[in-house]
Ligand binder design. Structure first.
Ligand SMILES: [Zn+2]
Ligand SMILES: [Zn+2]
Ligand SMILES: [Zn+2]
Ligand SMILES: [Zn+2]
Length: 256
């Protein structure tokens, strides 16, 4: 983890030029996050007296007289000048996540953050497929957490793609199970770059393909393809299936 949070503290004059110009002075603590977000805190409450979220630039200068900081985002500008320095330091920080177990390679803590499981100590990371839930169960082969993923049915797999491949599991279950609605050739499971989709076996004569919805199959559509229950509702494998259109749209398009 190389991300550093800078921390500057002291008796400072703080100036903000933007929607509402302000000049304040006090003993404050200033945080500068790895994404450049600047927060100026005084003694009260949770709210900073000034901040800029991910500004275009931050400049920190430090000399024998103390420190100064300027940050700007568009026409907003925040500047701090110290009169007396209480401290300047930096600390390693990481994104915080939900604890999901221990790292098998270094015994550090694993957390689930947006879209991945990562070790806070060694930095190993495992990207999660869309909609995956991390389970309170360890992989019997490597000790990493397992995840639950819905792709047609429910799969419980290791979060490490190299240990348990979701695309291999989906292929084993759904390859050539359904037929192409355009040419009746089997629909094959393809995953050239991590994406999983159904592609017609008749390719290149037939280029029909459907991305694999993140949900479980709940029945058959009138068009012959399976229907999926997804986070966004129930739908046909074919995202453009006429059966999923509101009936008014169907009748109006027919009358045109
Ligand atoms: Zn680790
Ligand atoms: Zn594993
Ligand atoms: Zn086809
Ligand atoms: Zn359909």
């Amino acid at each position: 983890m190389t991300d550093q949070m800078r921390l500057l503290a002291g008796d400072c004059t703080f100036r903000f030029d933007g929607t509402r110009d302000r000049l304040q002075r006090g003993h404050v603590v200033i945080l500068v996050k790895p994404d450049r977000t600047v927060l100026v805190h005084d003694a009260d409450g949770y709210q900073p007296i000034g901040w800029l979220t991910r500004p275009d630039g931050v400049t920190i200068e430090h000399d024998t007289d103390g420190f100064s900081l300027t940050a700007h985002a568009g026409d907003q500008r925040l500047s701090v000048r110290s009169h007396a320095t209480a401290g300047i330091d930096s600390f390693s920080v990481s994104e915080a996540g939900i604890p999901v177990g221990d790292c098998p390679s270094c015994a550090g803590s694993l957390v689930r953050t947006r879209g991945e499981v990562r070790c806070l100590d060694c930095g190993d990371r495992y990207g999660l497929p869309a909609g995956a839930t991390v389970l309170n169960a360890a992989c019997p082969d490597c000790g990493l957490p397992q995840m639950r993923v819905e792709r047609g049915e429910t799969f419980d797999l290791c979060v490490d793609y190299a240990c348990d491949s979701l695309s291999a599991a989906v292929r084993e279950r759904f390859d050539a199970v359904f037929d192409c609605p355009d040419c009746d050739s089997p629909l094959r499971i393809r995953s050239p770059d991590g994406r999983i989709f159904f592609g017609c076996d008749g390719y290149p004569d037939c280029d029909t393909s459907f991305s694999f919805p993140a949900g479980v199959i709940v029945g058959d559509c009138e068009c012959g393809l399976p229907r999926f229950r997804t986070a966004g509702g129930e739908r046909c494998l074919d995202g453009t299936c006429v059966c999923d259109r509101p009936s008014s749209t169907v009748s109006s398009s027919r009358s045109e």
